[in-house]
Design a protein around this ligand. Sequence first.
Ligand SMILES: Cc1cc2nc3c(=O)[nH]c(=O)nc-3n(C[C@H](O)[C@H](O)[C@H](O)COP(=O)(O)O)c2cc1C
Ligand code: SF4
Length: 518
Amino acid sequence: MNVAPPEAMPITVMVPGDSGAVSVGADEVARKLAEEGRRRGIDLRIVRTGSRGMYWLEPLVEVQTAAGRVGYGPVSAADVPRLLDARMLEGAVDDLRLGDPDKHPWMRSQQRLTGARLGIVDPASLDDYLAQGGYAGLETALTLRPREIVQRVTDSGLRGRGGAAFPTGIKWQTVLDQSATRKYIACNADEGDSGTFADRMLMEGDPFALIEGMTIAGIAVGATQGYIYLRIEYPHAARVLEAALDRARAHGYLGDDVLGSGNRFDIALRRGAGAYICGEETSMLESLQGRRGEVRVRPPLPAIKGLFDQPTVVNNVVTLATVPVILARGAEFYRDFGMGKSRGTVMLQLAGNVRHGGLVECAFGLTVRELVHRYGGGTATGRPVRAVQIGGPLGAYLPASQFDTPLDYEALAARDALLGHGGVVVFDDSVDMARMARHAFAFCALESCGKCTPCRIGSTRGVELLDRLTTREKGDRGAEVSLLQELCETMAEGSLCGLGGMTPFPVRSALRHFREDF
Ligand SMILES: Cc1cc2nc3c(=O)[nH]c(=O)nc-3n(C[C@H](O)[C@H](O)[C@H](O)COP(=O)(O)O)c2cc1C
Ligand code: SF4
């Protein structure tokens, strides 16, 4: 009897499809692979994953071999024929071969909890998500009472990753304690800080983690509707999220009866119109309600009177996407990472003038030096690192003499700095710090919502002051520096929200550590 030979299995090749990888040619690489595969009669299965966060190696193509995944990068479309000739599909040696990406020094020393599936799963595949431990957190949550879910989040020590670092469990408890007919979960996906991209990577690379986290939040506090407020500049994230939301709904993970538990929860996507201030939570709520993004006076807190005047949990993407792992693996597991009051892991985004930019997820406590030099490899220009700005456009500049500072909330606060959303932007010794201070005021003037005077007027006066200070040949610079200090104090003390209130951070730190530039 003739037995038909077993059908050959397709060879799986992973090509990241997130915005970062696409911006350096990942789509062209995927197309070329498909074309060459067809031409050579090779049965290729090309999967578009998210990115692992080693952006200097993108497009980073991974081949599923019998011995595991083998990475190659950075691969251009022009490299594809040569790599196929060199037996890339068998994991053969080549100049671009990186080996198992998990064992790459950049990845090996990280602790990936929130971003564990980045670059591993196909963001469009619910099956992939489930196969990688997805929805285990929701399954656990459904066995608990709401206050027990909140207690676990409190016990984990999780603090908001959007910037203010407020304890997430306390916020949830406040919403749970309110009696209201409607409550909401509002996910802040405005990600306006310069040099930050963790929210985008998560939404584009592992969207179900955010959806699961929001669903757990809804069930914990008694909210039935969630909104993701996504910045307009993220069209790819919008497409990935819409597809994942449809899939979650179709499989009963969202809707009138979440997994047959009797809980109702659904999520809608809303797009912002591109204003930095709409990332501030009360402006975001205004914008979500279809109004101009202007800051609301607090109190009342959004947890008490938020979206449509109802109790609302406002959390950042990273915060919410971290909740599933806490529920799945336990509060103690999560809080075992970190130091002091900064528990768990932090997603640090390394950008600016740096050789190896990308995402580093580590337990809190890594120093600035380790991040910039060990992970970042120093500056891209090869010149000495002079300063780093941590926490977005309103974050302080740290000089090289403070690079032993651990990246945790309290250690940075002790340096008059802040961690914010975890963006770290590197500058070499050609940076003009007086210009950077001017930029902080100019940014504030451009983005101010205009509601309060210290920010609306003060930011413009700050630009004028710095122009006088840096361009004038003669004059009483001492008096101008004191005026600058006074202006910073007025803005810090008198502004209604963090935009005006935190603009003094970059200005004061530049003045304190780099006085020679003024
Ligand atoms: C000017 C300004 C801009 C902000 N932009 C963002 C943002 O883009 N994304 C974000 O999550 N939080 C942003 N925040 C912080 C939010 O107001 C709020 O603290 C956060 O969304 C709460 O979520 P969390 O507790 O999970 O961090 C901003 C705050 C200020 C003052
Ligand atoms: S500090 Fe600026 S952005 Fe904030 S409320 Fe005042 S004017 Fe608006």
